[in-house]
Design a protein around this ligand. Structure first.
Ligand code: GUN
Length: 297
């Protein structure tokens, strides 16, 4: 079997189109421009690339982008004061603090200072608890993007066996909660799981989010299963230079799977698209307006 390739780049473009249409409606019918504030501390090159990309896409869908770049030696009190200012600003509907933060700042403290209603990353402890108890919350962007692609491919996920490989707070754990919410039978596996290949072989849906390049191989995949690859790893090529690979070995998995997301061009583009979707959701909730359909969990 050769797997269907789930085109995340194209899917993300359709999500952005839906977001843009919603932005137009909010502006024309309600006089509201959704606003997203991104806070970047320090000059980590990868973070700078992410933040630039977020800002560009925010503007492209018609929303207001606010960027707050702060020196690496900002104090915790200064950063908390900035977050308090953004919490109080009615033109800001979403707040994202780019991670990782420098070591002298307590990330949990900073994230939990964000108004949960503006927490478009879904990292605030209140949103984690709401998601875990099946209540309306802000949902982390990468797992939300994976869920959207899975729903689009499968229709209903009810009763399917899902194995999430990886237990991070940003991807693995919320992904498992979302799949459970869609009535999958969910296993969270990780690098220490005993007989990992055997566990993965039971899965109708495999979400690879373990952070190890090409760890999940075709031999582990049940024929016809769907493989969602969250990994983004840069590895050295034998002939020199580097290339991006996922946490799944694409060639061997694609030979067995029913569907698979490529790297790059799979889950990656969905993350920012879902950040924009979350900003619309936060803006609608803040203004007691109906939420956009198909852009939330
Ligand atoms: N750094 C890398 N990915 C992310 C993300 O999704 N959100 C935040 N806040 N920081 C990140």
């Amino acid at each position: 079997m050769t797997a269907t390739v789930i085109d995340g780049k194209a899917f993300a473009a359709t999500v952005r189109e839906k977001v843009a249409a919603h932005v137009t409606r909010l502006k024309e019918e309600h006089g509201i421009t959704p606003g997203l504030a991104v806070v970047l501390v320090g000059e980590d090159p990868a973070s700078q690339v992410y933040v630039r990309s977020k800002g560009k896409q925010t503007v492209e869908v018609g929303m207001q982008s606010y960027e707050f770049k702060r020196d690496i030696d900002i104090t915790e009190d200064e950063l908390l004061a900035l977050i308090a200012q953004l919490n109080a600003d009615p033109s800001v509907h979403g707040i994202l603090v780019q991670l990782p933060l420098p070591a002298h700042l307590d990330s949990d403290l900073v994230i939990n200072a964000i108004d949960p209603a503006k927490d478009v990353d879904g990292f605030h402890i209140s949103n984690v608890g709401l998601l875990g108890t099946g209540q309306k919350s802000m949902v982390p962007c990468t797992p939300l993007g994976c869920l959207m692609m899975l729903r689009d491919h499968h229709g209903s996920l009810s009763g399917l066996n899902a194995v999430v490989v990886g237990r991070s707070n940003i991807v693995g754990k919320p992904m498992a909660q979302l799949l459970l919410g869609d009535s999958c039978t969910v296993t969270i596996a990780h690098s220490r799981t005993k007989d990992l290949p055997e566990v993965v072989r039971r899965a109708d849906i495999v979400v690879a989010a373990v952070g190890r390049p090409e760890m999940v191989i075709g031999d582990w995949i049940k024929p016809g299963a769907t493989v969602i690859d969250v990994g983004i790893n840069r590895i050295e090529k034998p002939e020199g230079g580097t290339r991006l690979v996922g946490d799944a070995d694409y060639a061997s998995c694609a030979a067995v799977a029913g569907a698979i997301t490529p790297v790059p061009g799979g889950v990656g583009p969905m993350t920012i698209a879902c950040l924009l979707a979350n900003t619309i959701t936060a803006c609608c909730r803040a203004n007691n307006l109906p939420e956009p359909e198909g852009l939330t969990a």
